[in-house]
Design a protein around this ligand. Structure first.
Ligand code: HEC
Length: 112
């Protein structure tokens, strides 16, 4: 078994049912991220200008208020949680797409 499949197995094992459902939609998620320019500042597994989506997932694990908090934060922008660099507001992403992305991030940002 390759390291990659071991990692995948571990991710699958750790993920909840919704995460498994999102795993099937990795291409759709990537499309949303690309279309809305999120990838200019974020990557799944390593920090760029902003935190990696996996780090965001870890930080808010078990936080029931996280979906609403992150929805407002991405929509309106802000600073001070990960450092002094600000995220600009993102007015262009639709509510549905933003909810989809946040649910995917909080599910651990699985790639497949
Ligand atoms: C110009 C760069 C930039 C763009 C574009 C950008 N972000 Fe961010 N993002 C940041 C920075 C910087 C932070 C850290 C803000 C902080 O420390 O409070 C951040 C933080 C976040 C967080 C964590 C927020 C928190 O308070 O913990 C999420 C989730 C996020 N971004 C998602 C997105 C999504 C989804 C998009 C696309 C719609 C996006 N970002 C576009 C720079 C960006």
């Amino acid at each position: 078994m390759s390291t990659r499949s071991l990692i995948c197995a571990a991710l699958l094992f750790a993920s909840t049912a919704p995460a498994a459902a999102f795993a099937a939609d990795a291409a759709a998620i990537k499309d949303i991220l690309q279309k809305n320019n999120c990838l200019a500042c974020h990557a799944v597994a390593s920090p760029v200008v902003g935190p990696s989506y996996r780090d965001v997932a870890k930080k808010y694990k078990g936080d029931a208020g996280a979906p609403d908090k992150l929805f407002a934060k991405v929509r309106n922008g802000g600073t001070g949680v990960w450092g002094q660099v600000a995220m600009p507001p993102n007015p262009g992403i639709s509510d549905d797409d933003l909810k989809t992305v946040i649910t995917w991030i909080l599910a651990g940002a699985p790639d497949h």
